[in-house]
Design a protein around this ligand. Structure first.
Ligand code: SIN
Length: 514
């Protein structure tokens, strides 16, 4: 065994250092744990890029019941209401825990939380830290707390490549480090690896995130849920930058409006207008772009000279693209932003594989249903990170891990072959031909052992789940099945089951001709 593996043998291993991973590690203290992270602690995480904040019913006119009602409406019938009720009820406690960990949330002159409004929220309830730099401020504070916690060991520059299992569950984690393969023997792994934005060409997420947690869990036999539900943020800054910069919904929350190239406010007649649920706004913008039009966010009247003070991060991103948002229109387009599906977990973050917990975007708890309510993602990451940590602490002490043999590292993953397929066939609007075409193209990559295999597995899961949902619901919009079915189905399958369906789909003549 390597010196690192020897030293860290048997500790709980947390993969990922965004909000969910950092909160799990802090919740477990003083129990010794190891955080495995590809980049520097907290860097290259979607959490650190979040401009929105954390949704919590802290206003005098608000309640957990109202927060739940908005969450269930956005989720379009597919949320697990019990899970959702529990998570939104814990939001004020999560904010308090974050404050204890050192996060300084924005407050008004009288010391109460400064609450922002985002789409599909019936109340002002989004708590920020340093305005539109919220994610960075929260992650920075937690990184400081983690570094100051002696029980947490951080392995930076280490990439999790495979979860090792035996008949009783998790036995270890195979990682790639600076000097080659490192196997960490452990009976307890928490995956907090973030989302799948890197599977798409137009994304607001770190491009390196192709759904590693989903791939690792799927290869280990875990059940996946609701994989077809990919959320497209309506207003990414339309530029050549990759990934695209986000123009937060909070800008529309402050009154900015959407107009097309003719200056027409095309959302005006839609219930909720610019603050309608995200999927509704994303489809409307896609429609404008599909007819060859252009779409802009107009903040000139609502914010004008206040833009740079209210949204300093977005102002800088606009200026980088040559736009003065206080005086000019901001060109926008939809881009993939969040994944509601993921590894199926229970209320404590446990997956179907013994010893494997999943928290944050990589998980599918049932909170988000078919469409996530804005700023419920950092909330879920904080609550579920804490819950996973507490669940591990409450469980039996880990049995002595088995000594691991040396395992060869799989090839380094590369999503570049997968991105064009996913972007073309699994976007805002889908149909059977496109989805089956994606399955046929992705299956050989997913079953191979080349660099595309790991991302192709995640993409194939999305495609197969999408093929089975013959309705339009939330973020999953099908031009061939535009209506919602009366019966509500949450689907959960393993990779093996998905591959079986993919093989049958790929050999269907419709798939070959797509
Ligand atoms: C935004 O600021 O528009 C994004 C917030 C979120 O995705 O929750």
């Amino acid at each position: 065994m390597s010196e690192i593996a020897d030293r860290l043998n048997g500790r709980t291993v947390i993969v990922g250092s965004g909000l969910a991973g950092l909160m799990t590690a802090l919740a477990l203290a003083p129990e010794p744990v190891t955080i495995v992270t590809r980049a520097a602690l907290g860097a290259q995480t979607s959490s650190a890029w979040a401009q929105g904040g954390i949704a919590a019913s802290l206003g005098a006119d608000d309640s957990a019941e109202l927060h739940l009602a908005d969450t269930l409406t956005a989720g379009d019938g597919l949320c697990d209401p019990v899970i959702a009720a529990g998570i939104v009820a814990e939001a004020p406690a999560a904010i308090a825990a974050l404050e204890r960990a050192g996060v300084r949330f924005d407050k008004t002159a009288d010391g109460s939380f400064s609450l922002g409004l985002e789409a599909a929220h019936s109340r002002r309830r989004v708590v920020h830290a340093e305005g539109d730099g919220s994610g960075a401020a929260i992650v920075r504070a937690l990184v400081t707390a983690v570094i100051a916690t002696p029980s947490i060991t951080v392995l930076e520059g280490h990439e999790a490549r495979r979860i090792l299992t035996d008949e009783s569950g998790v036995t270890g984690l195979l990682c790639a480090g600076d000097n080659g393969a490192v196997t960490l023997p452990t009976r307890r792994i928490v995956l907090a690896t973030g989302g799948i934005g890197g599977l798409y060409e137009a994304s607001t997420n770190p491009m390196g995130n192709f759904g590693q947690g989903i791939m690792l869990a799927a290869r280990a036999g875990a059940v996946l849920a609701d994989m077809e539900f990919v959320q497209f943020h309506p207003t990414a800054l339309n530029s050549r930058r990759q990934p695209l910069a986000l123009v937060s919904e909070a800008v529309r929350g402050e009154g900015a409006v959407l107009v097309n190239e003719s200056g027409e406010r095309f959302m005006a007649g839609v219930p909720g207008a610019e603050l309608a649920p995200r999927d509704v706004v994303a489809r409307a913008i896609s429609g404008e772009l599909a007819r060859g039009g252009r779409v802009f966010l107009d903040a000139r009247v609502a914010l004008g000279d206040r833009f740079a003070t209210r949204f300093p991060v977005i102002d800088a991103l606009c200026r980088e693209a040559g736009i003065d948002a206080s005086r000019q229109l901001i060109p926008v387009r939809p881009a993939v932003h969040y994944h509601m599906g993921g590894v199926a977990t229970d209320a404590a973050g446990r997956s179907s594989v013994a010893g494997l917990w999943v928290a944050g975007e990589a998980a599918s708890t049932g909170l988000h249903g078919a469409n996530r309510l804005a700023s419920n993602s950092l909330l879920e990451a904080a609550v579920m990170g804490m819950r996973a940590g507490c669940d591990i602490l409450a469980g039996p002490a880990a049995s002595t891990p088995v000594t691991q043999a040396a395992y060869p590292l799989p090839v380094v993953a590369d999503a570049s072959l997968v991105r064009p397929i996913v972007s073309r066939h699994l976007g805002v609007l889908r149909n059977a031909g496109a989805i089956h075409g994606a399955v046929a193209s992705l299956l050989p990559l997913a079953e191979g052992d080349g660099p595309a295999a790991d991302p192709a597995i995640v993409a194939l899961l999305i495609a197969v789940f999408a093929s089975l949902r013959t309705e339009s619901r939330g973020a999953h919009a099908r031009t061939d099945f535009p209506l919602k079915r009366a019966e509500v189905v949450r689907r959960a399958m393993t990779l093996a089951e998905t591959l079986e369906i993919a093989r049958a789909t790929a050999s269907h003549p419709f798939a070959r001709s797509a």
